[in-house]
Design a protein around this ligand. Structure first.
Ligand code: ADP
Length: 460
């Protein structure tokens, strides 16, 4: 059963149920009020009759002239003597000699009772007539309840019809309103099916109604998911293309060297060195990719322990000086003593990746500064170079896998990286609860800033 039908039925039956309950209450209240009014009327008639009743010297009831009382229509009266014979009755039942309420002839106090006399529904009060605590007769006064029956019938019909009409209208209105409200969901389903069939993640579901209602929020969430999926698939496709491209070049070099040696019929030293170079490069790339895959999925094995970051940075500084040689001036600016919680080797790898980039991209005669300072609950490692800077359009992408700036792409063969170094650094820092910032302007050098949370030192 569709959601629309289920909700419509629920809505209609809920309204029907409420109206039914209200109907039962109204019906009961009206019945009780009308019966009470009838009982009041009968009681008043009983007073009128008893006020004119006389008892003879023998202790029997005198015959009563009932018609002389100002009786309302449809009122039936019988006065029964002590010995159980009918003494008097109202004109309208002169021929009826049986009691109008046969069930209550032997009573000691007034009793109201509903009775059926010749198919007439009567409300009857039976009142024992007493003189000096001695019962001298019985008075029965009945009023026809036909008006009550009619009222109840009309009320019942009105209530049933109102209920049916209300349920019908609720179902109709509910069906139409729900149809309108759920129509965007239908569109969502259709678009989702089309996306699956056409394999086209660039499509989005149009937002026709309010963006703040449930359906609007669902559509927005769905579109966001689609956007994310599209990004992921594009990244995956690009990754496959990048990996294939990176693998092809060293494999071509290896194949060419092997072909050369097989043509020569002997092992050629230069070719062997070339093959070794490319194999090293491939090994490095596979290692980097593996590390990146682990880091990205958060499954990188991190040996977390307190690390004296200043010592790590000093080691990196030494290595950078070796790498730079006489080509560049590598300076250590301020260095605070700071302990962070992290994996020593991985953190060292982060600073080495950033530091070696600075050395790689800064032209001879340039200068590189390395610094470490504490700022509140965070520590900041800064590597600044006087290199060519990174073009603004490259900056948002430099932490992506295989992303390399235009210049580094052209020089990738002469020992350049694969465009994985900063991605690895980003993920390692991310897994340490930190972040990397970059500030660069073309021609004005580059500053990389790594922020890490400082380990809370426990005083014992
Ligand atoms: P690569 O192996 O190409 O160095 P990275 O991921 O380490 O890969 O860096 C990505 C890109 O960021 C580089 O190709 C380069 O264009 C740019 N880059 C990184 N560091 C610097 C820097 N210090 N100066 C200029 N450009 C840089």
């Amino acid at each position: 059963m569709s959601l629309r039908l289920r909700l419509t039925m629920l809505y209609a039956s809920l309204l029907g149920g409420i109206i039914l309950i209200i109907g039962i209450v109204v019906y009961s209240v009206v019945s009780v009020v009308l019966v009470n009014q009838t009982d009041d009327l009968i009681t008043r008639t009983v007073y009128d009759i008893t006020s004119v009743l006389r008892v003879s010297s023998s202790g029997d009831l005198d015959a009563v002239n009932i018609p002389s009382l100002n009786l309302i229509e449809n009122t039936y009266i019988q006065i029964w003597g002590r010995d159980g014979h009918l003494l008097s009755s109202s004109d309208n039942i002169l021929r009826y000699t049986k009691p109008i309420d046969p069930q209550n002839l032997q009573i000691t106090r007034p009793v109201f009772h509903d009775s059926l006399v010749s198919n007439n529904h009567l409300r009857v009060i039976s009142v024992p007539l007493e003189v000096n605590k001695r019962q001298v007769g019985l008075l029965q006064v009945g009023i026809s309840l036909s008006f009550l029956d009619r009222t109840q019938q009309v009320l019942l019909v009105v209530l049933i019809f109102t209920d049916i009409i209300a349920m019908g209208m609720a179902a109709l209105v509910g069906w139409l309103v729900l149809g309108r409200a759920l129509a965007p969901l239908e569109t969502v389903t259709q678009v989702a099916i089309q996306i699956t069939r056409a394999d086209d993640l660039s499509r989005r579901i149009p937002l026709s109604g309010s963006p703040n209602d449930e359906v609007g929020q669902l559509i927005q969430a769905f579109n966001q998911t689609l956007g994310r999926l599209e990004q992921l698939f594009t990244a995956q496709r690009r990754f496959m293309a990048d990996v294939s491209h990176e693998l092809r070049t060293p494999l071509t070099v290896i194949k060419a060297n092997v072909a050369l040696m097989s043509r020569l019929g002997e092992a050629d030293k230069e070719s062997l060195a070339g093959i070794e170079n490319e194999v090293d490069r491939l090994t490095r790339m596979v290692g980097d990719l593996l590390l990146l895959a682990q880091a990205e999925s958060g499954k990188i094995p991190l040996d977390m322990r307190p690390v004296a970051l200043d010592t790590v940075l000093l080691e990196v500084f030494q290595q950078m000086r070796l790498l730079a040689g006489d080509r560049l001036l590598v300076k250590l600016v301020d260095i605070d003593q700071v302990v962070v919680n992290g994996d020593r080797d991985r953190l060292k790898q982060v600073f080495l990746n950033i530091g070696s980039n600075a050395i790689k991209y800064t032209p001879a005669g340039g200068q590189i500064q390395v610094g470490l300072s504490k700022s509140g609950s965070q520590v900041r490692v800064v590597v600044t170079d006087s290199g060519p800077g990174i073009p603004a359009q490259d900056i948002p992408h430099i932490f992506e896998r295989f992303y390399r700036g235009e210049k580094s792409r052209t020089r990738s063969r002469d020992g350049g990286g694969f465009g994985l170094g900063l991605s690895i650094a980003y993920w390692i820092v991310h897994n340490h609860g930190g972040r990397i910032e970059v500030d660069s302007k073309v021609g004005n050098g580059t500053t990389f800033c790594v922020w890490l949370p400082v380990e809370a030192v426990k005083l014992t």
